[in-house]
Ligand binder design. Structure first.
Ligand code: C5P
Length: 311
């Protein structure tokens, strides 16, 4: 009898994000570079006879069917016709509505874990359409690592050259609505030049820090218009990260989490200390390659299976 399964749901940062235009479905056509980091929520799945429940240790996470993780389980039950239920408990570490994909990652974790737990055998190909229906960022979390995201960000191409580095993350604890940030971008009068920075980056083979300098996030100015009180802190955070030697300093997704990517641990530590002195709450993380992401998943399944065998 399966008791419970605990899986990690890793956060992402966007190393670069280009908004190419508005689509007919109301979404935006993107070209983005997703990168997993080892900061993660823990998603605990306990079987129950029927129905789906969700709870979390964070007040900002809904405890009803509006929670994306609960919707993922409900959708999976509906599509597969399986007659089971699950109690989902989320231990939250990823800042909520910070542009780090926490809710989407929790949902993808539920899809993958229940596919295993219930022996549905859907795998990546079977889960992708479900993930796409849940949200534009959810499919990425079925892959992980360094991935190019096209279309709504849900057409994914893992890069052959996976990025490795140290990340310093600053969470201004200022939740921003992704939809609002995109709306503000649409309202901006200055046309964006159709940049090719991500294409240049991908074809450069990621050789050293110079490659990262071409990357930028098209949502950054719209996010700062949405939260003008952040403009000054963000300018200071960016200065500290670059001053400490970051190869890249940028807003993640629609914000408001800001990150610095470093090649070495010493520079990352220096940035963390300098941010602390300036009064900014920051934390360290490591990038995860596609292989590291997969292995972390397999380890958690393996550990749960070993627990079941013993119990
Ligand atoms: O798909 P998801 O619900 O995560 O997206 C949140 C909001 O972000 C969407 O409702 C949409 O307004 C905006 N968005 C967009 N284009 C994308 C992804 C998200 O306009 N490619």
């Amino acid at each position: 009898m399966v008791r419970a399964l605990s899986v990690p749901a890793f956060a992402k940062i966007n190393l670069g994000l280009e908004v190419l235009g508005l689509r007919e479905d109301g979404y935006h056509e993107l070209r983005t570079l997703f990168q997993s980091i080892d900061l993660h929520d823990d998603v605990l799945l306990a079987p129950r006879r029927a129905g789906v429940s969700v709870r979390s240790d964070h007040p900002g996470v809904p405890a009803d069917s509006s929670n994306l993780a609960a919707r993922a389980a409900l959708e999976l039950i509906r599509r597969s016709g399986v007659r089971r239920g699950v109690a989902i408990t989320i231990r939250k570490r990823i800042p909520v509505a910070g542009g780090l994909g926490g809710g989407s990652s929790d949902a993808a974790a539920v899809l993958r874990a229940l596919d295993r737990l219930w022996g549905l055998g859907l795998g990546l190909d079977g889960l992708l359409p479900l993930a796409r229906r849940l949200g534009a960022d959810v499919p990425y979390f079925l892959y992980g690592g360094t991935c190019l995201g096209l279309a709504r960000g849900d057409e994914l191409y893992p890069l052959r050259e996976q990025v490795r580095g140290h990340v310093v993350l600053v969470d201004p604890a200022r939740p921003l609505s992704t939809a609002e940030v995109f709306r503000r971008l649409d309202a901006q009068l200055t046309p964006r030049g159709n940049s090719l920075t991500i294409s240049r980056f991908v074809s450069s083979g990621i050789e050293g820090r110079a490659a990262f300098r071409v990357l930028a996030n098209d949502l950054e100015s719209a996010a700062l218009q949405q939260a003008p009180d952040l403009a000054d802190p963000v300018r200071r955070i960016r200065g500290i990260l670059l001053g400490a030697g970051a190869a890249l300093a940028a807003l993640s997704g629609s914000g408001a989490a800001y990150f610095g990517l470093f090649e070495d641990a010493t520079s990352a530590s220096r940035a963390l200390a300098a941010l602390g002195v300036a009064g900014f709450a920051a934390c360290r993380a490591r990038t995860l390659t596609l292989g590291q992401y997969r292995r972390a998943w397999e380890r958690s399944f393996g550990a749960s299976a070993a627990g079941r065998a013993r119990g």
